[in-house]
Ligand binder design. Structure first.
Ligand code: ADP
Ligand code: GN1
Ligand code: MG
Length: 382
């Protein structure tokens, strides 16, 4: 999908009036590099002082039940706030997203075109990184996701809504890929025959986490499910993982999905859409830092089987997202935002190259898990 048009300033002014914020919208610019929603940094003049908010147009083709989605987000962020207050953590409004309600009290606004909007306080003095540059960044970001998962273990109020059912059902993602290849609706399959062949050659990988779940060896938890490293904000001054964002997919899932997606998004020495595959490589030192950070945050809650499948998780989720990019390419780019023709194919090839690199280093990475667990005094047993 290519970017839909940005609203005019007048439309942002009207939206600003619909949200319960004080002051007038004076500027709005597109912000960030997410693949799903349309995000804007909106400046509001509060008695002459510029204050920024995030306005997000929610992708309603993907999120078909916005009230349910926002109900999840309000529950999760309220729980975070309660916990931050209980531990007297300073700077709490930068450590959890704050939903700005509409004037009618609902956590979203529907504009006259039927689009769904939400607003958050803008987290200032922090940044998201599309490509992780250092082990410190990887460790602190993974720690933030680990802490987030641990904190959600006692979320009150029952099961969260499944905002995207079967989100990390890798066997189903594989079946969707096969169906797209057979249908070949955009006429692109023959030009990427080698990529289809690679995807098919790795089909058994799709079952690896699903089998653990089916066998009852790993529990369902409340997980983030989109732990791409640009979904955590790092403090500009200290580098600390200050706030986990992009809560659209927080729902029941496996801990291993979250660790796997960190491995996929952070170990890559190249950007997710780098077309020069010689630059795509899974960095062991980043993997080590991720394992340290995540186990320090969520580790005490994980069971032995989860700890023993951290390397597998990276392979499975890298494969899964590669399949999703390839499927979207075959279907004519209907899901992920693209900036150029062939963008999703470049992304798929990149993920498959990363998978090859993860495969080639799997015993090194298993050794890293062993030593991180030994350092943290946590057992690893298969
Ligand atoms: P998408 O689902 O499209 O990925 P995100 O919720 O991740 O949307 O937002 C896209 C980007 O906008 C993020 O990567 C981050 O850089 C920025 N962003 C999102 N929420 C905030 C916030 N509350 N404060 C500051 N920046 C934000
Ligand atoms: C999307 O929303 P964003 O850009 O953080 C996608 C993830 C993919 C990721 C690949 C809801 O994440 O599942 O892993 O792109 N989110 C959704 O970069 O599909
Ligand atoms: Mg995002």
């Amino acid at each position: 999908m290519s970017l839909p048009f940005a609203p005019s300033l007048l439309e942002f002014v009207a939206l600003g009036r619909a949200f319960a914020l004080q002051g007038e919208v004076v500027a709005a610019v597109p912000h960030g590099s997410g693949h799903i929603n349309d995000t804007f940094a909106v400046t509001v003049s509060q008695a002459g002082t510029p204050v920024r908010y995030v306005f997000q147009r929610i992708n309603q083709r993907i999120f078909t039940d916005v009230p349910a989605l926002m109900d999840n987000i309000v529950r999760v962020t309220s729980h975070q706030r309660t916990r931050l207050a209980a531990s007297d953590t300073p700077d709490a409004s930068r450590r959890a997203l704050t939903v700005v309600p509409a004037r009618d009290g609902r956590p979203f606004v529907r504009d006259e075109k039927g689009a769904w909007w939400r607003s958050y306080l803008f987290i200032e003095h922090a940044f998201t990184y599309d490509k992780i540059e250092s082990t410190d960044q990887a460790r602190t970001a993974a720690r933030a996701f680990g802490d987030f998962q641990r904190l959600l273990a006692d979320l009150p109020g029952g099961r969260l809504h499944e905002t995207i059912p079967h989100f990390h059902d890798t066997p189903r993602r594989y079946a969707n890929f096969e169906a797209a290849a057979q249908a070949d609706s955009a006429g692109r399959a023959s030009a990427c025959a080698d990529d289809l062949a690679f995807a098919r050659s790795r089909a058994p990988l799709a079952r690896k986490l699903a089998d653990l779940l089916d066998a009852g060896l790993v529990p369902e938890r409340v997980t983030h499910n989109d732990t791409k490293l640009n979904n955590v904000m790092l403090d500009n001054a200290t580098g600390e993982g200050v706030c986990v964002i992009d809560l659209d997919t927080v729902m029941p899932g496996l801990s291993l999905y979250d660790f796997g997606d960190m491995v996929r998004s952070a170990t890559n020495a190249a950007a997710e859409d780098e077309a020069d595959l010689a630059r795509v490589f899974a960095r062991p030192e980043i993997f080590s830092a991720l394992a340290e950070g995540f186990l320090a945050g969520a580790g005490s809650a994980l069971n032995d089987v989860e700890r023993a499948h951290l390397v597998t998780a990276g392979q499975v989720i890298t494969y899964e997202i590669g399949l999703r990019f390839l499927t979207d390419h075959l279907q004519g780019d209907v899901y992920f935002k693209i900036n150029r023709t062939g963008h999703n194919l470049d992304r798929a090839r990149n993920q498959f190259a990363l998978l090859r690199s993860l495969d080639a280093q799997s015993s090194t990475f298993e050794g890293i898990v062993d030593s991180v667990c030994a350092k943290l005094n946590r057992p690893v047993t298969a």
